[in-house]
Design a protein around this ligand. Structure first.
Ligand code: TYD
Length: 213
């Protein structure tokens, strides 16, 4: 049996990844593809417990490096117990954030540096990476406004300064440029329908033979 495809969704806060994950799942299912939607940090029982640790509490709770190690501890559990077994069964995996978030947030925005994150990534994932990564690109001022109007609980990351989010946007664009063969970029300021259409095009371009209505 053919293995499933591993697709990740990346970007700053308030970019609309979660809505699109649901939509892409439906579109792929309509094409007779079995899909599991998951998220990071989290996705398995153990990784969700680590998520509570890393996202809860005060801003100063963890140093940047500790935060990075917690993200990778959660990620390894997720990869070993959920992602790789699903792919092996031929199921496609749609993951809301993955290792590019560690590079963007911890490596660039929190200043740990690309090399350090890449070194840990190599030790933990040993070259395992997404088949396709969709970057939701949006001006952080617009994105913050969206997060606020949705009235969501503000995790400790949402209260970061605008400067942080600007750095983060530039970080993701740089990561996408360095991995151009793996990335597709969507304009997350567009309407939900227009974003969905863009993503479908990216999917059909990447996976030859895939037809999405
Ligand atoms: P979440 O509420 O899921 O945010 P979003 O809806 O924007 O995806 O919180 C996840 C937060 O964790 C988000 O601020 C990004 C951050 N994060 C990292 O800093 N490093 C990582 O490796 C991952 C996976 C997430």
């Amino acid at each position: 049996m053919e293995t499933g495809k591993f697709i990740t969704l990346e970007g700053g806060e308030g970019a609309g990844k979660t809505t699109q994950a649901t939509r892409i799942k439906s579109a792929l299912e309509a094409a007779n593809i079995e899909v599991v939607v998951t998220r990071e940090p989290g996705g398995t029982f153990g990784a969700e417990a680590i998520r509570d640790l890393v996202l809860g509490g005060s801003h100063e709770r963890w140093s940047g490096l500790t935060e990075l190690l917690l993200m990778y501890a959660a990620r390894l559990d997720h990869v070993e117990k959920l992602i790789k077994p699903a792919l092996a069964r031929g199921v496609w995996v749609l993951c809301d954030r993955f290792n590019d978030s560690s590079m963007g947030y911890q490596g660039y925005a929190r200043g740990l540096g690309r090399e350090r994150v890449a070194a840990i990534d190599q030790v933990v994932l040993d070259g395992f990476k997404p088949d396709l990564t969709i970057l939701f690109d949006i001006d952080p001022i617009l994105a913050q406004r969206r997060v606020k109007t949705r009235g969501e609980d503000l995790s400790r990351f949402d209260t970061e300064e605008l400067e942080f989010h600007k750095t983060l946007r530039a970080a993701f664009l740089d990561i996408a440029k360095r991995n151009a063969e793996r990335f597709g970029i969507v304009d997350a300021t567009l309407s939900r329908d227009a974003i969905e259409t863009q993503i479908k095009h990216i999917l059909m371009q990447k996976f030859t033979g895939l037809r999405l209505g």
